[in-house]
Ligand binder design. Structure first.
Ligand code: MG
Ligand code: ZN
Length: 229
């Protein structure tokens, strides 16, 4: 009997390969792309609206919205001043690189500085599907409760930033800030965090400054890449 030697190799999934293609297109165009994830109702669309309103004078912004059935959120982003594209996932509870790639022809990448991707509201599987975006952010909110990092560790582990929205509700809702933050720290040590309220505007400037810095560094990398080639 011949011994079989198992060969273990890292095989990229079809989704991961398309994510790499998506990223290459973003890099070639010098556009910074952000994947925004959250549970339903945490305030993704409100944060995007505020962000577009604040930055549309200085940045050219595109928005890709993943929703199970409606275009309400894309409509709000368009009203705020973004070039908005709607992806109806047809019941799927997350976006993937295939859906994102299918939406890209509707945006003129070379004429944009920033693309915000609003993922489907869901705290489980969006983290498992790479889209090819440069960075990802998780929007949490005070009324959801302070136990979310413990219940949905996969979402907190992979993100580049955490936004804690609705801090104006802290006086009214039981929320142990330290417990919440300790949960994040264990899963994602040192991750960038913002505490803000889309309703009052408190804390928004720090978030906007971070985002603008990401856009600038992507554009500079793209420019130096073009000069080098
Ligand atoms: Mg929304
Ligand atoms: Zn899903």
């Amino acid at each position: 009997m011949t011994q079989r030697i198992p060969i273990v190799e890292k095989i990229l999934s079809a989704n991961d390969r398309l994510a790499i293609e998506n990223r290459a297109r973003f890099d070639a165009a010098g556009v910074f792309t952000l994947n925004v994830m959250a549970s339903p109702g945490a305030g993704k669309t409100s944060l995007i609206e505020k962000t577009v309103s604040a930055l549309k004078g200085s940045l050219r912004i595109g928005m890709i919205n993943g929703d199970i059935a409606t275009s309400l959120d894309a409509d709000r982003a368009a009203a705020a001043g973004a070039a908005a594209v709607q992806i109806n996932t047809g019941g799927d509870c997350h976006l993937d690189a295939v859906m994102l790639q299918a939406a890209l022809p509707q945006l003129d990448l070379a004429r944009l500085d920033l693309i915000i991707v609003e993922n489907v509201g869901n705290l489980v599987c969006p983290a498992e599907f790479q889209l090819g975006t440069h960075k990802s952010v998780l929007v949490a909110s005070i009324p959801e409760g302070d136990d979310k990092p413990y219940k949905y560790p996969g979402m907190y582990r992979g993100v580049d930033a955490v936004v804690i929205n609705k801090i104006d509700l802290l006086p009214y809702v039981p929320f142990r800030r330290e417990f919440f933050k300790n949960g994040i720290e264990v899963l994602n040590p040192g991750v960038t965090q913002f505490e803000l309220s889309c309703r009052t505007g408190e804390g928004l400037p720090a978030w906007l400054a971070w985002l603008v810095a990401q856009v600038s560094s992507t554009r500079q990398n793209s420019v130096s890449g073009h000069l080098a080639s």
